[in-house]
Design a protein around this ligand. Structure first.
Ligand code: SAM
Length: 244
């Protein structure tokens, strides 16, 4: 791993290998956005994604595993999450709605405690084909605790609902990461403030353009990030250095 800033360490490669180098019980929070296993599903439906938008995840090449292979990757990944998370450490994972049950079952088998499925509601999604069907405006997230039933939860006495609303990523923020599934900083800020404290260690093993790392820098959390794709890795490194 390379120390990129005083707070952040990154590595380029397959997170299933890289995570094995992390010591047991060394991470306070895993906040991650892995491939949703939707690439082949969308190809098989023949959706004209290229016509809809350039730089679409379904043609990015990193979400093309068959369901059975993807399940094996997620199984191994969740076993490693249970190993590296501290006692009462938290895991937040974004996921496609049709894979939520699979992930919950794999996480339970890995020994994680299931807490919540929540929703991220995008307030200004593209109104694509709005006269034909419901506009796609939500993505689920899953919340687990390792080795305990509750972890850090900085709600400051306020009720926190199991959904969060933000706008989709602005074009100025998207320019910084240029990733097809880049998450807005506002969304990640919500989880990092709530589920971790300053100087905690946060891991994003599928970091893409490094959005989780940027927010960790801004909120004074230590960050460890892995990414398989060299182009995204370089973007993440620069964004994290620039805190943008
Ligand atoms: C859904 S995207 C994450 C986007 C990120 N949240 C952002 O804001 O930019 C998933 C990322 O995981 C990477 N990836 C896929 N398989 C991986 C693996 N085995 N190890 C490390 N990274 C992987 C992909 O290259 C992709 O950039």
């Amino acid at each position: 791993m390379k120390q990129i800033t005083a707070l952040s360490k990154l590595d380029l490669g397959d997170c299933l290998n890289l995570i094995k180098q992390l010591p047991d019980k060394s991470i306070d929070l895993i906040l991650t956005d892995p491939p949703y296993n939707l690439g082949l599903f969308m190809h098989k439906r023949g959706t004209n994604i290229k016509g809809m938008r350039n730089n679409h995840f379904a043609y990015s090449g990193w979400d093309n595993l068959e369901f059975s292979q993807w399940t094996l990757v997620m199984k191994e990944f969740l076993l490693q999450c249970a190993r590296v998370l501290k006692s009462k450490g938290s895991l937040i994972m974004f996921m496609s709605i049709i894979k939520v049950e699979t992930i919950i079952n794999l996480a339970l088998n890995a020994g994680l405690y299931y807490k919540t499925v929540g929703i991220w509601h995008k307030t200004n999604p593209m109104p694509r084909n709005m006269n034909l069907h419901f506009i796609n405006s939500t993505e689920p997230w899953l919340y687990f605790i390792n080795d305990g039933h509750t972890g850090t939860f900085n709600n400051e006495g306020k009720p926190i609902h199991d959904y969060i609303e933000t706008s989709t990523i602005s074009s100025s923020e998207h320019k910084l990461g240029n990733h097809p599934t880049q998450k807005p900083k506002a969304l990640l800020t919500h989880f990092i403030k709530l589920l971790s404290n300053e100087n905690d260690v946060i891991l994003d093993p599928f970091m893409g353009s490094g959005s989780t790392g940027v927010v960790c820098e801004l909120l004074n959390r230590k960050f460890i990030g892995f990414e398989l794709n060299e182009e995204y890795y370089n973007i993440a490194r620069n964004r994290i250095k620039d805190k943008k």
